[in-house]
Design a binder for this molecule. Structure first.
Ligand code: HPA
Length: 257
């Protein structure tokens, strides 16, 4: 693995249906105070010998819709506790024909359709102005390490894809999905932005493990039901956890440098 955590913890950001991680050997849970307000409760623990910080982005009880999440506080908190990398778990709708419900995808690109979110630390004046490079929105070597791990463990993972980030909280119209497809989106979700850009502003390696929980609007007959989404999430989150556990184990197994 060319990517090294250098003995530090890695973070997992939990999304819809993944607000708790009871498999962690939990040492402490704390809400972290940041210059941007309070983070979601960060859970510090170990998993298969590796240090993990688990942060459910919507809060404990999925209290916050995607546009009201304090992304700046969450990412600042993870940076301030010194994690080496962030694996963000995002529930999404599938657009590309091979990204059916149940698929796990590690996207490599983003198109951002969100608006009105606090999306940068560089707000001018004392905070300064900086234009980060975002050509590759997900950290390439962190992604490669995860892809490599999936191959080694025969975890089914689709490597690559364009994540369209919609504002929500409503789901899309069928016409919007056709437009996103014409734009080149393979997946549609609501939470990867501004998270990915904030991670880059903090120089924090970031990748998204996108969990396809439904066909995007208009791609299957009838309405999308929350019931079906939650049913899919329940089984997919088990796959996500086993992926994270395998990663934790592989970190624990690495010989010291
Ligand atoms: N659209 C946007 N966000 C989502 C979807 C969807 O279809 N499914 C899960 N998150």
């Amino acid at each position: 693995m060319s990517f090294s955590l250098e003995g530090k913890a890695f973070a997992v950001i939990g999304g819809s249906g993944f607000n708790q991680f009871p498999e962690l050997n939990i040492h402490e849970t704390s809400v972290i105070e940041t210059p941007y307000g309070l983070s979601a409760p960060a859970v510090f623990g170990t998993l298969s010998g590796s240090d993990v910080v688990f942060l459910p982005r919507h809060g404990d009880g999925h209290a916050l819709p995607p546009h009201r999440i304090n992304y700046r506080a969450n990412m600042w908190a993870l940076h301030s506790v010194g994690v080496a990398a962030v694996l963000s778990v995002n529930a999404v709708g599938g657009i590309r024909s091979d990204m059916q419900p149940g698929s796990l995808v590690l996207p490599d690109q983003i198109i951002d359709y969100t608006y009105g979110r606090e999306h940068t630390y560089f707000t001018g004046d004392e905070a300064g102005v900086e234009h980060i490079d975002f050509t590759e929105p997900f950290d390439p070597s962190w992604r490669s390490a995860l892809i490599h791990l999936a191959e080694r463990n025969q975890h089914e993972l689709i490597a690559g894809g364009v994540y369209g980030c919609a504002q929500g909280p409503r789901l899309e119209t069928a016409a919007e999905i056709k437009r996103f497809e014409r734009d080149g989106c393979d997946l549609i979700g609501m939470t990867v932005m501004p998270e990915a850009a904030l991670a880059r502003e903090l120089n924090l390696p970031y990748a998204s493990l996108s969990v396809v929980v439904n066909w995007a609007a208009g791609l299957s007959p009838g309405a999308i039901t929350l019931e079906a989404i939650y049913q899919q999430l329940e089984s997919s989150i088990e796959d996500v956890k086993s992926f994270v556990e395998a990663f934790a184990r592989s970190v624990g197994d690495s010989p010291p440098p």
